[in-house]
Ligand binder design. Structure first.
Ligand SMILES: CC(C)(COP(=O)(O)OP(=O)(O)OC[C@H]1O[C@@H](n2cnc3c(N)ncnc32)[C@H](O)[C@@H]1OP(=O)(O)O)[C@@H](O)C(=O)NCCC(=O)NCCS
Length: 424
């Protein structure tokens, strides 16, 4: 076995792409196809690809992309979005992941990206690198019969239109752009992303058929203000329809549009169960049903993980719940976020500068990253030991500043294999 010290961790070249894609597919249990190389090639314009190479054999993959994260107050913060992380089964537990993360976080810091984000396939992996879970997701399974939405009474289809992929692709990105501006936790969706999400360009070895599409139109302006993308399957049991319907994407500018699109999904004839994954745990969607208990939570989980790399830039980019100051002593073993910082926050902006003042709160970068979008409380995290109150009242003040009225949400359309009936 090769000594780990001689394994080369380096940026990937065009020639490496087929081997890199194959290694990534092995790690993610996705069989290799020519089209998966094409997908990687066509989506890497804003990307940095890293590979681990044992002699000339690719044994590790890692990708990060230049993204934008919506933060409380509506600013778009540059972010490094990490994906396609894998190490070959033959080379695991020898520190390759740690080396690739270290190389990429240094690059992100040097490029001036104040935060890094990722969806963690496994919870235990990323805390050690300074990431904390920053948004959560709930996965609902709606029992259509219990939902008490009578298709005969609720079929107000006047503002919902079923459309084909072309029409959907024309309107849906605009709807999403309007929503992302006001949705802390959201990321940008680029053109290739839409192509893949709608099944127009199949990613990797995923051979889905084209889903169904609907748009909601604002009756006043006639403009599209909601989108719905779903799959459904014709299933029968002893002459009774038992079709499942999987919502892949449901995004709306207004509560009215959101309710109408959900109503449409739960009143499709033959459908008995509607799967509604990747929603914020405080989503109002179940409350649009006649009986909200019909929407059972089948998974409640951390979702997007975040790592602050530039403390003053990240903290001054968002707004805060109250006008207050807080002196934070941030601990970060990698050094990026370390320091004592004076945060002066307000409802309409903030500043964050290095200070020599006595700290109010000592906080690990993981906890600060978890607090950043407002999804958790300093008081709660302090019980686990990564946050310590140095001045009485500082935890309560941090909560009043950082927490938001609604929980952040990272809208995700279901692209891949996480998407099996009953198997979140
Ligand atoms: C997860 C994966 C990338 C880890 O790669 P690796 O090179 O073995 O990781 P490293 O050797 O650098 O391990 C780094 C640390 O994580 C720990 N770790 C690695 N895999 C782990 C796992 N599955 N569960 C818990 N801890 C794990 C290691 O023990 C090590 O801890 P230490 O720093 O305290 O010693 C690899 O197992 C893999 O490709 N898995 C399948 C795909 C996947 O899940 N990718 C993640 C997508 S977000």
């Amino acid at each position: 076995m090769t000594d780990t010290a001689v394994i080369d961790i380096r940026p990937v070249t065009e020639d490496d792409l087929p081997a890199w894609t194959r290694t990534w597919g092995n790690g993610y249990l996705r069989p290799y196809t020519e089209s998966s190389v094409e997908t990687v090639r066509s989506t890497t314009a804003r990307d940095r690809l890293i590979g681990a190479f044992d002699m000339d054999r690719c044994v590790g993959t890692y990708r990060s992309s230049a993204q934008e994260l919506t933060v409380p107050g509506g600013a778009f913060l540059p972010a490094s979005a990490i994906s396609k992380v894998s190490v070959a089964g033959t080379h695991r537990r020898r520190g390759l992941l740690s080396k690739m993360v270290a190389m990429d976080l240094r690059g992100a810091f040097e490029r001036g990206e104040p935060v890094a984000v990722l969806d963690a396939a496994q919870y235990p992996l990323y805390g050690r690198y300074g990431f904390g879970p920053a948004t959560a997701m709930a996965w609902f399974e709606i029992d259509v019969h219990r939902a008490r939405m009578d298709p005969l009474r609720t079929a107000d289809t006047s503002s919902v239109l079923l459309v084909d992929a072309r029409e959907y692709l024309k309107a849906a990105p605009g709807v999403y752009e309007r929503v992302r501006a006001g949705q802390p936790g959201a990321l940008r969706r680029d053109e290739p992303w839409w192509q893949e999400a709608t099944g127009h360009r199949t990613g990797s070895a995923d051979r889905r058929s084209e889903p169904f599409f609907a748009l909601h139109f604002d009756p006043a302006s006639g403009e599209a203000d909601g989108l719905l993308c779903f799959n459904a399957e014709e299933t029968w049991g002893a002459m009774l329809p038992q079709s499942p319907l999987w919502i892949r994407d449901l995004i709306a500018v207004s509560p009215r549009a959101e309710a109408a699109l959900l109503r449409y999904a739960v009143t499709v004839d033959w459908v008995t169960t509607v799967h509604l994954p990747y929603r914020s745990p405080d989503t109002l969607l179940p409350l649009w049903l006649g009986d909200p208990r019909a929407a059972r939570v089948s998974a409640l989980s951390d979702y997007m993980w975040l790592r602050i790399l530039d403390t003053p830039r990240a903290l001054s980019a968002r707004t805060y719940g109250i006008e207050a100051t807080l002196v934070l002593e941030v601990a970060d073993t990698a050094g990026y976020a370390t320091g004592t910082w004076l945060l002066e926050g307000a409802r309409d902006g903030a500043s964050c500068t290095r200070t020599t003042r006595t700290p109010d709160l000592r906080i690990d970068v993981r906890d600060l990253s978890t607090l950043y979008l407002g999804d958790d409380s300093a008081t709660r995290l302090s019980v686990l030991g990564g946050t310590e109150e140095l001045r009485p009242g500082a935890l309560a003040r941090a909560d009043a500043m950082f927490r938001t009225g609604r929980r952040p949400w990272s809208p995700r359309a279901v692209l891949g294999a996480h998407y099996q009936a009953g198997a979140p």
